[in-house]
Design a binder for this molecule. Structure first.
Ligand code: MD6
Ligand code: FE
Length: 203
């Protein structure tokens, strides 16, 4: 099992944020969500709701509705611009993606009980040269990583609170998803809650 080398550009940085760092980041995200409430996106065409709820911060935010997936500068329900990117996330991006322009978008995914995320590629950006950088907070998740075709073999990792994951290079367009959340693993968020933040350049 798992004898295959990881794709170039895949980096898991366990415990990047310590407990105090996680609490400070969570406080910043709570402020974002107070101004830009979580919304329930729906799948293009079918209108089927996602099990995760979402918001965004930074200049652009990712949204999904019956019209499709896209980045836009305003919240789909309030019409307000997304709140600014918290400083900790600008700092993280600068550490992990040095000498590059700042991230343009931070998608906030909130997982309540039973939420998951199907296998997908992050490919709604115009430019794939920058990696996607994620931070996990709260309950531990089982993250599945595949290849650049949906049929490629997959392997699984645990993402715990404070972990940072980087998908760049060959891993930038790898299929990935969240199979499930492990109950009873969150001391940061109540009711097995989990937040994943994904930072990107949109191009
Ligand atoms: C999640 N993460 O951890 C879902 N995408 O809840 C992602 O979809 C993801 O963690 C691109 C890069 C890193 C990620
Ligand atoms: Fe993704």
């Amino acid at each position: 099992m798992n004898a295959k080398p990881l794709p170039e550009g895949f980096r898991l940085l366990p415990g990047y944020f310590d407990r105090a760092g996680q609490e400070a980041l969570l406080a910043a995200i709570r402020k974002v969500v107070a101004a830009a409430p979580l919304f329930t996106p729906v799948m293009p065409r079918t209108g089927r709701p996602f099990s995760v709820r979402m918001s965004n911060c930074g200049p652009l935010g990712w949204v999904s509705d019956r019209e499709g997936y896209r980045y836009q500068a305003h919240h789909p329900e309030t019409g307000e611009p997304w709140p600014p990117m918290p400083g900790q996330l600008d700092d993280l991006w600068a550490m992990v993606v040095p000498n590059q322009p700042p991230a343009q978008a931070c998608l906030i995914n909130y997982y309540g009980p039973g939420a998951r995320m199907g296998l997908h590629q992050d490919r709604d950006e115009r430019d794939f040269s920058a990696p996607v950088v994620s931070v996990s907070l709260g309950a531990t998740a089982i993250f599945r990583l595949g290849g650049t075709s949906r049929q490629a073999p997959t392997r699984s990792f645990r993402l715990s609170s404070g972990d940072v994951l980087v998908l760049g290079g060959e891993a930038r367009l790898a299929f990935h998803g969240i199979d499930r959340i492990l109950p009873g693993t969150s001391t940061l968020l109540k009711d097995d809650g989990r937040i994943n933040l994904t930072l990107r350049r949109v191009g």
